[in-house]
Design a protein around this ligand. Sequence first.
Ligand SMILES: [Fe+2]
Ligand SMILES: [Fe+2]
Length: 171
Amino acid sequence: MLGIVSKDLVRAIRDQFQINWQGIHGLSHLARVWENGIHLAEATGANKKVVQLFAVFHDSRRLNENIDPEHGPRGALLAESWRGKYYDLSDEEFDLLFTACSLHTKAKTHVDRTIQTCFDADRLDLGRIGKIPDPKFLCTEAAKDLKTIEWATQRSISGHIPGNLLGLALQ
Ligand SMILES: [Fe+2]
Ligand SMILES: [Fe+2]
């Protein structure tokens, strides 16, 4: 168990994954987004359960590695269908998870700090595709901090696999 994310949930995400599980949107990305989110949540006060579940669901339903504008809404629907089976959240928390997954590529920011933290946790992992996160496209002050950008970008560029449950599942 990694916080609210169970091994069974990670396996279920993997078993329905349509693209490369070891690719740029695969497990190592999810594992870094998970850690970016937890790191940011310490400063932003985001709901950590939502941030952790966002990490595993937000790219879970991608159909390709390039342009797939509906992958966020599809990830949100997967989260909805597995609520109560692989994890539980209150209605209020679930609304945050659903919105964060749905809008993560479509919205620049959001009024809610948990959703902002989810967006930033993902955007801080752009180094893997050769982009340095631009503070203009980050939502929280914690993510805009240049030390945070550098920390996350180094990990992303080097393909760092965190030693959390998600990372361990890759080895
Ligand atoms: Fe995405
Ligand atoms: Fe992502």
